[in-house]
Design a binder for this molecule. Sequence first.
Ligand code: CA
Length: 223
Amino acid sequence: MDVLIVEDDDAMAGALTAAVESAGHHPKRLSRGADALLSHRNFQVVLLDLGLPDMDGLEVLRKLRQVTDVPILILTARDDERSVVLGLRSGADDYLVKPVKLVELLARIEAVTRRAGRARGLPQEDVIVLGDLSIDLNRRTASRAGALLPLTATEFELLALLARHAGSVVTREQILDALWGDAFLASSRSLDVHLTGLRAKLQKPGFIINVRGVGYRVEAASA
Ligand code: CA
């Protein structure tokens, strides 16, 4: 797998490169955001530092998302909750806190790329309709009353998962497992942010019901 590492810190970049290589992948390291925007093609996953010398990593992320759905993992300093939330809302698939644990890094890379591959290989043409909400599993779009919802890839998957199980509860573990490949490796915080983003865009209060201590549910006959 070709891994693009966008990181200006030489020591951090060296550690990431070595880790990615040790797992049999092919890393390419860039230091500048502008260079990442020019050469993101031909990579199966992007590791993106948020503190870059020439431009804000979040800006790089937003620009990448306009042109590619390649899995992007953001790398952030400890305790930078605001950047994590902004990053996930801007379309990052997941995040890693520095100093990055190498085992965790590799597991996250596997999880997001497996998820992306599965999404691309989806052979269904199904459209799920729940009230005024229409979810096209083939085109990976959702619309409400005919208007397309500007969901991120992860928000769409979350909605599609809940919709496929409409009427029954989907546990947090099932969601983490389905979206990130492993309930124990996935970051629970990522799920909360994506869920908040999805709810804000749906503008349907009460549509996604919290089932206390268990998970989430949407009603089959929801209007
Ligand atoms: Ca940096």
